[in-house]
Write a protein that binds this ligand. Sequence first.
Ligand code: TXE
Length: 486
Amino acid sequence: MMNVQNYIGGKFISAVDGETLFDYNPATEQHIATIPRSKNEDVQLAVTAAQSAQQDWGALSIDERAVWLDKIADALEMKSEEIANLETSDTGKPIALSRKVDAARSVSNFRFFADFSRNQTEMQFVMADAVNYVHRSPVGTVGLITPWNLPLYLLSWKVAPALLMGNTIVAKPSEFTPLTANILAETLDELEFPPGVFNLVHGLGHEVGQSILENEHIKGISFTGGTATGRTVAQTAAPMFKKLSLELGGKNATLVLKDANLDLAVEGAVRAAFTNSGQVCLCGSRILIDATIADAFREKFVEKVNQIRVGDPRDESTTMGSVISPQHLEKVESYIDLALQEGGTILTGGTRKLTGFSGPNQKGAFLLPTVISGLPHTSRCATEEIFGPVVTLHTFENELQAVEMANHSEYGLAGSVWTQDLERGRMVASQIETGIVWVNTWLHRDLRTPFGGVKNSGVGREGGRWSLEFFSELTNICVKDAKDES
Ligand code: TXE
């Protein structure tokens, strides 16, 4: 069992009041770590440490900071297996997924931003008699608040550009998944990274998270999490005029057009619906299918879903693990009950996975991948974020209706369109009110592109130059010749 501590000013320390919380493995219900239950005093210590480190860190050149990012990437890469194992214990996700996505992409986030910065040139706007230079300064101390679904991946997505642009950090990982944020702190410590530049405070959202939001010295907040929490974040931080980036929930549509390559679409739709037990904000949790191909699609789709291997997350052959907690399992199950009350038909799944386990996994929060049909696209199950291994199927008569159905959502984060006519795919994609649309693929990420949502899915974009912009302040310096104008 691990005893995780806060990392403040380059030191591992307990919460000031000594209080702790338990961290559980959701696939076994075993208590795996104890973390500090930090409060406002701990945030204040972290902010003081960050502020003392700000000047020196901000004074480094971007190239010097990029060298640090590369060093961090190399050091994390050496720990890939440890990261993957801890992520699997904390989240219940399959080890193969933890390796391929969580561990690998956390490394590539640091490497990407280091390389990306080397290709940047200073923005200039030349006038007839003057030149405007756009100068970037750090925002200052920023608060990074992250969720449990992709713990180190999402934290590194924020930490890398924040460091690169010269900011100091107070980070708070989800209380459900603190272990890989701790690995990052340990790695920085081993590298003798400048103390106080990166500070980590563990604890509950409404306590330590809220203190980060309210701290007047924290000048920017980058938050990824649920829409309801995002609203609290905005309500607290916006009146203080903090820079704010909110990446919130989604209820993304997968649109399967009449001319789709059916095998490709089925495979993509299954991956979009069930990756990480459906606990990715980009997951395609409602599938809209052209009525003329609906029967064929449904049959192949259910067949493919039944091939998902739900099992022990540590087993290499498992393709779906548990959900994040027993409480979350109950929430997801309540939507399955609701679907039945609303007149839906469960085509497969719908129950807990109870058989085939021996040992501690018998107590885990496992649900079978669940496919529901027969519900209106306006029903609660088809419009509210379930964030679990549950997908609803709906049919449309024409593309106009498909787009209307896709846009019938309070969310607008992502989506995918499946068609062999690429022009049509782009046209349909451009009509969907959302931040990201894939055509004939899903979660195909180029880190240079803008990432973020519209409507209740958030505010702002991160990724590539959008991250650099968020984590810096711009000063336009207009320089005119000092010659006498007369
Ligand atoms: O997320 P929270 P929860 C969605 C998903 C899920 C729902 C709730 O639908 O069922 O959100 O999940 C911190 N001030 N997503 O409750 O609460 C919290 O400690 C400051 C989508 O786990 O949003 C954690 O570090 N911080 C999402 C982080 O916010 C606060 C991924 C996110 O937790 C806080 C996860 C407060 N008052 C859930 N309250 C996505 N977009 O991918 C909580 N936190």
